[in-house]
Design a protein around this ligand. Structure first.
Ligand code: NAP
Length: 227
């Protein structure tokens, strides 16, 4: 298999991606990776500027994900400017240990607001623009804390556990609207035969080789959930 074939198979050229939590860390690395793969990428964070200056087809906008109206305006602007919105990575999150403030209840509320409630509203908002763009993929970044409890930061663990199941729930709710919704295999199994066919169709497998189709079918029909 030539590099050109693989590059074209996984190329994101012509795709428009939005990445929250892109002012630094994992979100910034994801934004750079998507840009390298050919997408036009807008990274967002609540800081005025990112830790490193954006280059190429990567730009940065200040936007607080807790501000639903502000996030919606940004999506509208992005959709108008690029004539589409196809990929959304939700990496924005806060992690306040109990020592961050003396008010543990306030820490809990702020963490749930940022990590879980904002993720829900962002997913709902981007899905409408993805629908207008002919389909899209939403990837929510969770944590090992989504499946295992840790001491000292109940809000973070609760928010990530909630985000994990929220993503599975939205995968089912949005499957008919978002052609390229990313769902994990056990959620796809829950969709039944019609849902599976829709996912296979969404990958455009009828346009690639039988071997690729077999790989996707293997993943979709794996008896072991991949989490
Ligand atoms: N690092 C790890 O080991 C690890 C492990 C498991 C999961 N994760 C998850 O991976 C993701 C990224 O982690 P990281 O370590 O790269 O985090 P980080 O360095 O703390 O960066 C968090 C990002 O989220 C943004 N953010 C926070 N609140 C925001 C808001 N209200 N509106 C917009 N942006 C906001 C921050 O930007 P501003 O400061 O500019 O707002 C920053 O860009 C998070 O979801 C985290 O839970 C990380």
């Amino acid at each position: 298999m030539s590099a050109t074939y693989l590059e074209s198979l996984f190329s994101l050229r012509g795709r428009v991606a939005l990445v929250s939590g892109a002012s630094r860390g994992i979100g910034m690395a994801i934004a750079r990776g998507l840009e390298k793969a050919g997408a036009s990428v807008v990274g967002i964070g609540s800081s005025a500027a990112p830790a490193e200056a954006p280059t190429g087809n990567l730009s940065y906008e200040r936007c607080d994900v807790v501000d639903n109206a502000g996030f919606r305006s940004l999506c509208e602007m992005l959709h108008r400017k690029h004539d589409g919105l196809h990929i959304y990575f939700h990496a924005a999150a806060i992690s306040l240990t109990d020592g961050a403030s003396t008010d543990a209840d306030d820490n809990f509320d702020r963490t749930i607001d940022t990590n879980l409630k904002a993720a829900y509203h962002c997913c709902r908002t981007v899905s409408a623009y993805m629908e207008r763009s002919g389909g899209g993929s939403i990837i929510n970044v969770t944590s090992i804390g989504a499946v295992q409890g840790f001491p000292g930061n109940p809000g973070y663990v609760a928010s990530k556990g909630g985000l994990r199941l929220l993503t599975k729930a939205l995968a089912l709710d949005l499957a008919d609207k978002i052609r390229r919704l990313l769902a994990d295999p056990d959620a796809r199994r829950a969709m039944g035969q019609r849902g599976r066919e829709k996912v296979l169709e969404s990958f455009g497998i009828e346009r690639v080789t039988d071997q690729i189709e077999a790989v996707y079918r293997g993943v979709l029909e794996s008896p072991k959930p991949v989490t």
